[in-house]
Design a protein around this ligand. Structure first.
Ligand SMILES: O=S(=O)([O-])[S-]
Length: 106
């Protein structure tokens, strides 16, 4: 299995299609602001996420600028997720384009 790189504008219909959004940035950055409904994925919770997630649900991986999300997306694809996307431009571009689609906190 592999993953697909998508642009910010491609993400909206995928999100509407019930995708999970996982954010792999550091926790302080995540808490400051993240994509609406994103969950923070860290080394500490990634295994639990993999074990409990529905593998057929689409997953969008978000990082800072869209580079490190590729490695994480590839990894998740090897763990059985069927539809994995890496978000080009990452949170920096998402927050610039869709500031109203961001939220703070956990
Ligand atoms: O998160 S990043 O690798 O795009 S700087």
């Amino acid at each position: 299995m592999t993953y697909t790189c998508i642009d910010i504008s491609d993400a909206l219909p995928i999100i509407e299609n019930n995708a999970a959004i996982v954010d792999i940035r550091d926790l302080v950055s995540f808490q400051t602001s993240h994509m609406a409904n994103a969950i923070s994925l860290t080394n500490d919770n990634v295994q639990n996420f993999i074990d409990s997630a529905e593998k057929s649900q689409p997953i969008i991986v978000c990082c800072y600028h869209g580079n490190s999300s590729k490695g994480a997306a590839e990894y998740l694809a090897t763990q059985g997720f069927k539809e994995v996307y890496s978000l080009n431009g990452g949170f920096s571009q998402w927050s610039a384009m869709f500031p109203e689609q961001c939220e703070t906190g956990q």
